[in-house]
Write a protein that binds this ligand. Structure first.
Ligand code: BMP
Length: 214
């Protein structure tokens, strides 16, 4: 385990493949979302899955039946995990988790986000969503590396059965080692890796920084 997940928010197919190839030895998963899939197509999921397991960040946020239909397609495309929003409530979340369990896949639930605007509404409901994710037996939650103290709170709520994957390191100001110390299992890093002069070196540095705390 390296503790690192690459957020591959590039919009060019060749670049996506080249970066995945360079960093594959340093990451435990690659998170891809709308920027890459809308620009290159869903087949990017299976193409990149030869480098690392794929977490599809589609932030699914719908009624239970639609959540299930969306997750079904994403798993069929070759993703190992899907990120869903938690604010839609327990039934929507449970529909996604039920399908994922049947297919031996993972659901990660967004609790509160890493950007400043998350303080407007999301932080007030983050702990409730974390509790709901634990009750639904999701695989884990997404919690902000920009606020390690919130990650520590969320860890207390979910216990040790769920994982915490944490974006906000580097470009958004968070520190990889600080958030791992606060209780995250993985950091999710995008720009600091894919915009680096040497993406492999940038990934290696993060892995080395976290090594002793993982
Ligand atoms: P970067 O390291 O370039 O800031 O990228 C972070 C990635 O994590 C982006 O894909 C972003 O959409 C995602 N993300 C986030 O930054 N904060 C959240 O709270 C949830 C996210 O999914």
């Amino acid at each position: 385990k390296t503790g690192l997940i690459l957020a591959l928010d590039v919009t060019d197919r060749m670049e996506a493949v080249a970066i995945s190839e360079k960093v594959s030895g340093y990451v435990d998963a690659i998170k891809i979302g709308y920027p890459l899939v809308l620009s290159t197509g869903m087949d990017m999921i299976s193409q990149l899955s030869k480098y690392a397991p794929i977490i599809a960040d589609f932030k699914v946020a719908d009624i239970p039946n639609t959540n299930r239909l969306i997750c079904e397609q994403v798993f069929k495309a070759g993703a190992d995990a899907v990120i869903v929003q938690g604010f839609t409530g327990h039934d929507s979340l449970e529909a996604a988790v039920k399908l994922a369990k049947e297919q031996k896949k993972d659901i990660y639930v967004v609790t509160e986000m890493s950007h400043p605007g998350a303080l407007d509404f999301m932080q007030q409901v983050g702990e409730g969503i974390a509790k709901m994710a634990a009750d639904a037996k999701a695989s884990g939650v997404v919690a902000p590396a920009t606020r390690p103290e919130r990650v520590a709170e969320i860890r207390k709520i979910i216990g040790n059965d769920l994982s915490i994957i944490s974006p906000g390191v580097g470009a958004q100001g968070g520190s990889a080692s600080d958030v791992i110390k606060a209780g995250a299992d993985w950091v999710i890093v995008g720009r600091s890796i894919y915009q680096a002069e040497d993406p492999a070196m940038a990934a290696k540095k993060l892995v080395d920084e976290m090594k002793e705390f993982i």
